[in-house]
Design a protein. Structure first.
Length: 270
């Protein structure tokens, strides 16, 4: 795949400028411009920096998300205080909370976001949304390692949760449903549910597979989702910030809905 096509694809998917891509990859803006115009044949090392810094990889003749959940975890540390008004009543306070929390997150991602100016004391709503989009694109659910199985459950996701609880199976609900203030009362929606072994659960409990994009998606936990779960209304959820970032990495219109929610949270806190 030609380098120019790689750069164009990444910029299009992320909605980022040449300058922002250059800052993420820690190369000069002129280098990105020359590559995109076909005036430069970069080394593989430069191409790899561009791919890695944005969470993409080459798959055959396409550029696809790498499924890097470390980006999701790094961004989650920023957004969790926004769900707690006593901690973050303004965007500025949210950024202060981030400074306190970011050391426990993935340093590579935070450094990249710092270089773009998205992660700074002067960061605004658009900057924070850019971080969420960046993390979501890198950690696309469809590209993550491990089993992903959509299942059909009569009665929806709450029925599925009840079955998991009856069988003493650890789980954590994520996605847009898990971001809501009344999430323990929700019955509608199609969240993601993290479990340790989706295939074993399908086999043992006799769930029918759903068509792609339908039903409830069982995801293999692998980045602390079960250990960090929160119990609310006798249902286990991932933290709201993680649920939000998972929605940014989800299918269909989930990323658009997640962006609307994040903008609403940030603007109401300002």
């Amino acid at each position: 795949m030609e380098a120019a096509a790689i750069v164009k694809k990444i910029r299009s998917e992320g909605g980022i400028t040449r300058k922002e891509l250059a800052q993420l990859a820690d190369v000069s803006p002129s280098t990105i411009g020359r590559i995109e115009r076909g005036e430069m044949d970069p080394t593989w090392g430069t191409v790899q920096k561009i791919l890695t810094s944005t969470g993409y990889q080459i798959n055959g003749k396409s550029v696809v998300a790498s499924g890097d959940t470390s980006a999701i975890r790094a961004a989650s540390a920023l957004f969790e205080p926004m769900f707690n008004r006593t901690i973050a009543s303004t965007v500025e306070n949210a950024m202060t909370s981030w400074v306190d929390n970011w050391k426990s997150a993935n340093g590579q991602w935070t450094e990249r976001w710092k270089r773009t100016g998205w992660l700074a004391d002067s960061a605004g709503v658009d900057d924070l949304v850019a971080i969420a989009v960046s993390a979501g694109n890198a950690g696309k659910v469809a590209r993550r390692a491990g089993a992903r199985i959509p299942v059909e459950v009569e009665g929806g996701w709450r029925t599925l949760v009840d079955r998991l609880k009856e069988n003493d199976i650890d789980y954590a609900v994520s996605g847009l449903v898990a971001t809501r203030q009344d999430r323990s009362d929700q019955t509608a929606g199609a969240p993601f549910i993290y479990v340790s072994d989706p295939q074993a659960i399908v086999d043992d409990l006799g769930f029918d597979r759903a068509r792609p994009g339908q039903g409830v998606l069982l995801l293999k936990a692998g980045a602390g989702e079960l250990e960090e779960s929160e119990t609310e209304g006798e249902v286990q959820f991932v933290p709201r910030s993680r649920a939000l970032l998972d929605a940014f990495s989800g299918p269909g219109r989930d990323p658009d809905k997640a962006e609307d929610l994040l903008r609403s949270l940030l603007e109401s806190a300002a």
